[in-house]
Design a binder for this molecule. Structure first.
Ligand code: HEM
Length: 397
């Protein structure tokens, strides 16, 4: 098997293929998506910081100039929402948007949320243990980050159930070559989500509360589209990957029982364990960049207008950077994993994600004396956003 992101076997274990790519073809053209695959840590890290590449090209060229066709008309509102958030724009717009939002995500601001995050994690875990277990993803991994980001933004309790399906449907568009059905579902979700946020922002503009939507709604510099795009981005990015790190992380620990036992015996390893779980089974396997000016990687010229696919999961297993990279080591001290990205788009929510993960792993280890897998979990089909359908556990306190 070679690189095959549509093959469930590859999605379940892409790491052997990555080894081969890193060794024999660190830059190679992948015909089915028309992208250049980049698999070594040093190259992924360098290209993420290289301003000759961008998450978008629309600030320097038209679709025609880049030899691409414009998206179909039915997707117009989807892209209007997505491209109004900071993740899909480049400077100077990116710099402005990121500055407006980053105040809410400084390590100090986020640290002040820790007691609340802990209380939510403990409540969810207590209920989970009380009933002897169930699906860890639906009952703990999802509700924790969804509640935290929804509270930060000020989404009313009764509407929170809408967020996860909207986000999951929107994310369908990010997979490689999405089906027409996935595209329509994503468009519908973006339309509903945007309409919902427009109404909420209008209400908060008139009667502000102590939440991020109210704060953003007061900023004149922010257009209506930018406000909606920012909220959609925060709500989606604010939970998708955290859910998957929780599920993938526990599944990694079950596959490495000696490391689970080590963590149970020494809770001071939690910070390094969380980083290692993000490295060892990477939740976001690939990020794409457009080539805005010709570049050369290992002697291969990649011309302007091309697209590169940066293989985060491969970079995180590169033996040039990590000792014994296939070993899960919850105490790994030197761990420059790339799971939060690098460069100007480096994850804004990294400090929050780290707190959520430490609190939820810590709460379950504290509460559950026994944890046992009911059955081997199944991966969802997505390759870029990679996570488990469910993780069924028996738990005893
Ligand atoms: C373990 C969980 C998470 C992982 C692995 C993760 C990963 C990433 C990565 C790789 C990027 C950069 C994408 C690129 O360069 O193309 C990113 C960007 C971003 N993330 Fe996260 N993320 C996580 C949690 C969060 C949370 C909790 C939030 C919170 C609100 C968040 C908000 C964002 C935002 C706003 C951006 C865009 C930053 C920009 O474009 O400047 N993420 N994330």
């Amino acid at each position: 098997m070679g690189f095959d992101p549509w093959n469930p076997e590859f999605v379940a274990y892409p790491y052997r293929v990555y080894d081969e790519l890193r060794r024999t073809a660190p830059v190679c053209f992948f015909e089915p998506t028309g992208q250049w695959l980049i698999s070594r840590h040093a190259d992924v890290n360098t290209l993420l910081r290289d301003r000759r590449l961008g998450r978008s090209y629309l600030h320097v060229a038209t679709h025609e100039e880049f030899g691409r066709s414009a998206e179909p008309e039915f997707q117009e509102l989807f892209w209007r929402v997505i491209r109004a958030g900071m993740l899909d724009v480049e400077p100077p717009v990116h710099t402005r948007l990121r500055r407006l939002v980053s105040r809410a995500f400084t390590p100090r601001m986020v640290e002040s949320l820790r007691p609340r995050v802990r209380a939510i994690a403990e409540g969810l875990v207590a209920a989970f243990v009380e009933k002897g277990g169930g699906d860890l993803i639906a009952e703990v991994a999802e509700p924790l980050p969804v509640t935290v980001i929804a509270e930060m933004l000020g989404i009313p309790d009764q509407d929170r159930h809408l967020l996860r399906p909207w986000s999951a449907d929107i994310c369908g568009m990010y997979e490689l070559n999405p089906s027409p059905e996935a595209q329509h579902t994503a468009v519908r979700a973006a339309e509903e989500f945007a309409a919902y946020l427009r109404t909420l922002a209008a209400e908060r503009r008139g009667a502000p509360g102590d939440d991020l939507i109210s704060a953003l709604a007061q900023i004149d510099e922010l257009t209506e589209d930018e406000l909606v795009g920012t909220c959609v981005l925060l709500l989606n990015a604010g939970h998708e990957a955290t859910v998957n790190v929780t599920g993938n992380g526990w599944w990694s620990l079950f596959r490495n029982p000696a490391e689970l036992a080590r963590l149970r015996d020494d809770r001071s390893l939690l910070p390094t364990a969380v980083e290692e779980l993000m490295r060892w089974d990477t939740p976001l396997q690939m990020f794409e960049r457009w080539v805005l000016e010709d570049i050369e990687v290992h002697g291969v010229r990649i011309p302007r207008g091309s697209e590169v696919a940066l293989l985060f999961g491969s970079a995180n297993r590169d033996p040039a950077v990590f000792d014994d990279p296939d070993r899960l080591d919850v105490g790994r001290a030197d761990n420059p994993h790339i799971s939060f990205g690098a460069g100007i788009h480096f994850c804004l929510g990294a400090p929050l994600a780290r707190i959520e993960l430490m609190e939820s792993f810590g709460a379950l280890l504290d509460r559950a004396a026994e944890l046992e897998l009911r059955r081997e979990p199944v991966w969802k089909p997505g390759y870029i956003i990679r996570g488990l359908h469910s993780l069924e556990l028996n738990v005893a306190g």
